[in-house]
Design a protein around this ligand. Sequence first.
Ligand code: CO
Length: 277
Amino acid sequence: MVRRVHGGRAISEGAGVRIRRTVGLPDLDVLDPFLLFDEFRSDDAADYLAGFPDHPHRGFETVTYMLQGRMEHLDSVGNRGNLGPGWVQWMTAGRGIIHSEMPQQERGLMWGFQIWVNLPAAQKMTAPRYQDVPPEQIPEVAIEGAQVKVLAGSFGGVEGPVSGVSTSPLFLDVSMDAGASCEVSIPRGHTALCYVVTGALSPSLGHLPVERGQLVIFGDGDRLALAAGEAACRCIVLAGAPLGEPVARHGPFVMNTREELVQAFEDFRSGRFVEGG
Ligand code: CO
């Protein structure tokens, strides 16, 4: 059931923000439809203060999930969002936005995730769309020693607030007490991942524990059997329908062909991202 455990790497992104990346590296470029999986977590302001000043995106979706701290999001057409602890922002960049993501604090813990989800060819040039969801709108399901926040998709008969996404994503924040377990249904054929946020996870019966900061990639199946060990465990479960299309990516642009990438750079340089909204 577990296909691979991936350790990830500490790198620097934006204007010098220290992050831990597991998907979006040369040895794990794409896990269709997921293009990037980053965790930022630091209580040293020097690691995050510089933030992510103005930068473009085209052809995919960026998902920001905050656990601690506050990040302000501002874009080229005047959309503004202040993401605090527990907020999720699902942004469909579509044909293009220019935005900044800047910390709203000068000290304390900044902790969260950024995930990139690909768009099918038919939707890469769609109008940008934002789904900003406060924590009180994220349902939580409790089952015998496990608490599951449902951000997207469904779990335990409960639907998450993020909707209308073409890859039918499942996005869960799972907290298990020591010794507890949790079973998650996944549609067959969907790509399924689990990132260990705290503690250690047994991702299937008899599998060795997977440590914090590691990503578990599952093989095809219809359910995940997650379990905490001797300590409590928190993990992010992510699944989605693969697109099976060619990926041409460079920096903040993810298209299907090299020509479309060149066009994206030209449109960005000539200011068409701002006009287009
Ligand atoms: Co961005």
